[in-house]
Design a protein around this ligand. Structure first.
Ligand SMILES: [Zn+2]
Length: 202
């Protein structure tokens, strides 16, 4: 599934359920949901998120850049800061470095819990306790949507390598796949337009 489809699906989900969240509608929510919706594909060097991070879009650059940054952070933390959040970010970067696309941690519940812990921790630091909910909506929607593609995802990695998918799936790079994703985007945009008045005239 394409990055923009994931971002779109995350935002549509947020717009459908923000009323049930403690904070109601806000723009940090929309941005964080969109970011969390594309984050799991950080395990792919050519994904939307890596377009802005990696100077060269190949596996080697991904492994070296994330791996070295992670090791440097952990080293820095060991020497100077000794705070759990820097350790957690460092470990996450190393995990991103070694995760293979869709079969590693970023496409599993373990990855979701790990990243949510970091976001929750940051949120509590700045008194934004609801950040973690937005993050989990976006991340969870990404995993849910990927289960509609024929390759599925290893939801329980590293405890189990089995790939999970729904009974009805499509190939994400096929013609039908692109058509389905295009259609989803059209419905998403229509739904967003329909919701806009409710958001602005609360
Ligand atoms: Zn994915």
């Amino acid at each position: 599934m394409k990055g923009k489809t994931h971002a779109g699906m995350g935002i549509v989900t947020y717009l459908s359920i923000y009323n049930m969240l403690p904070e109601k509608f806000n723009y940090i929510g929309v941005l964080l949901v969109a970011f969390a919706s594309i984050l799991p594909d950080v395990d792919h060097p050519k994904s939307m998120i890596n377009k802005y991070i990696l100077p060269f879009k190949n596996k080697f650059t991904k492994v070296v850049l994330y791996g070295c940054t992670g090791i440097l952070l952990i080293w820095y933390d060991y020497l100077y800061t000794d705070t759990p959040i820097i350790k957690a970010v460092g470990i996450s970067l190393i995990i991103i470095a070694v995760s293979t696309h869709r079969s590693g941690l970023t496409h599993s519940f373990t990855g979701m819990i790990m990243f949510s812990f970091i976001v929750g921790y940051l949120g509590n630091m700045y008194n934004l306790h609801y950040l973690v909910y937005y993050f989990m909506i976006g991340y969870g929607m990404h995993l849910f949507c990927d289960m509609f593609t024929n390759r599925g995802i290893a939801l329980f990695y590293p405890f189990e390598n089995r790939k999970f998918k729904f009974p009805l799936t499509y190939r994400s790079n096929s013609k039908i796949g692109s058509a389905i994703e295009g259609l989803l985007m059209v419905f998403g945009i229509l739904f967003t337009i329909y919701r806009l008045p409710v958001i602005f005239y609360r």
